[in-house]
Design a protein around this ligand. Structure first.
Ligand code: NAP
Length: 346
């Protein structure tokens, strides 16, 4: 990489924003300067990246003007992207958006760099590249090599999603409820971030309920998978919040085309060969991925790979990834790295 880039981070004080600075540092991203942005509440706070300190500014309509921002990462919620992404684009930046706002817009590429990097080229239509939902990203990284191997007919997935998927407020709520539990006051603890108490509980409900009986989170997995992979196989998701601080797990059942006779060793091999996927799969040694395996890493882990007992064309597996990194910050930075390559070769 021959030059350095001016970066803006909208949502700089949030769970994803803070992780983004760590990822940019980890990959030695070629940064000239950073413009960290958040609400008035965090304006004036400091962030550190690559040995430099930057002060958070309040996001306003004209904050991008004259800043020569090349890449603007947005992670401050859908309504903020809806209102402010256009100002970043008008100022000349490419927007890499972590929210759900632009994901299903036909003109906006929705990218997981290991799966559909070629779609980044479409960024010029709108100036925006969308980052998929965290549960979708880690799932399609496992589906892609298996689809290329056998052809997928149907996917059934149940998620076990960490509270940090609901941002800092989600993490705080689990911690405070656990504290209340140890003080014998759990019945008095606040329940705000989730529909029910999350401590010592499991909640089969993420995002808003829809008329078809699914939730918005579940439909994101259905619709985004089809857009990213360019496929139309059937998919059903059940999204569940669990009292884990960080990293989402997924139990995935994949039905391949009729006539396929799954070879588990071959499936394990193609998964292990796929970029940024690590197989951890040895039950004789109690080895399988867990949230504590994935947290603070950039890999998507897969284990418990096994053939169905009743059908030759069905496989079951268990995937885990750090959803704040793989499912948000790292995916966004990987998009930015590929975008830079495109620009430098243009
Ligand atoms: P978060 O921890 O709640 O952080 C929200 C960020 O948005 C904060 O920096 C906040 O600034 C900023 N913000 C809120 N209102 C604002 C306003 N009016 N103007 C400017 N900035 C404002 O949430 P998060 O988990 O980082 O999630 C952020 C986005 O990323 C969401 O759209 C979420 O769906 C998406 N996402 C999250 C994850 C995850 O695992 N957490 C994964 C993938 C995608 P203040 O601190 O100043 O209020």
């Amino acid at each position: 990489m021959s030059r350095t880039y001016n970066i803006a981070v909208v949502g700089a004080s949030g769970a994803v924003g803070e992780e983004l600075f760590r990822v940019l540092e980890d990959v030695a991203f070629p940064i000239e300067t950073i413009l960290p942005l958040a609400s008035a509440k965090s304006a004036g706070d400091a962030i550190e990246c690559q040995g430099k300190t930057y002060i958070i500014k309040e996001l306003t309509e004209d904050v991008f003007e004259g800043q020569n921002i090349d890449i603007a990462f947005f992670s401050a919620g859908g309504s903020i992207s809806a209102k402010f992404a256009q100002y970043a684009v008008e100022s000349g930046a490419v927007v890499i958006d972590n929210t759900s706002h632009f994901r299903m817009d036909e003109k906006v590429p929705l990218v997981v760099p290991e799966v559909n990097p070629e779609d980044i080229e479409l960024w010029e239509d709108t100036g925006i590249i969308a980052n998929p939902n965290c549960s979708t990203i880690q799932m399609v990284q496992l589906l892609k090599p298996l689809h290329d191997l056998y052809g997928i007919k149907r996917v059934d997935v149940s998620t076990y999603q960490a509270v940090s998927g609901a941002g800092k407020q989600g993490m705080e709520e689990l911690v405070l409820q656990m504290q209340s539990f140890f003080e014998f006051k759990l019945d008095q603890a606040k329940v705000e971030a989730f529909a029910h108490q999350i401590a010592l509980n499991v909640i089969p409900h993420i995002d808003v309920p829809l008329e078809n009986g699914y939730t918005k989170e579940e439909m994101k997995m259905v619709n985004e998978t089809a857009k990213i992979m360019g496929t139309d196989f059937a998919l059903s998701a059940t999204c569940v919040r669990v009292p884990v601080l960080r990293s989402h797990s997924e139990s995935i059942t994949i039905t391949f085309e009729e006539g396929v006779d799954v070879n588990v060793d071959k499936a394990r091999e193609v998964l292990g060969d796929f970029e940024n996927v690590t197989v951890v799969d040895d039950m004789s040694k109690n080895e399988y991925p867990m949230p504590i395996t994935a947290t603070d890493t950039d890999e998507t882990y897969v284990g418990r790979i096994r053939k169905d007992l009743f059908a030759n064309n069905i496989i079951h597996l268990w995937g885990v990834a750090d959803q704040v990194r793989v499912g948000a910050a790292t995916n966004a930075v990987r998009i930015a790295q590929k975008w830079i390559k495109l620009e430098e070769n243009a």
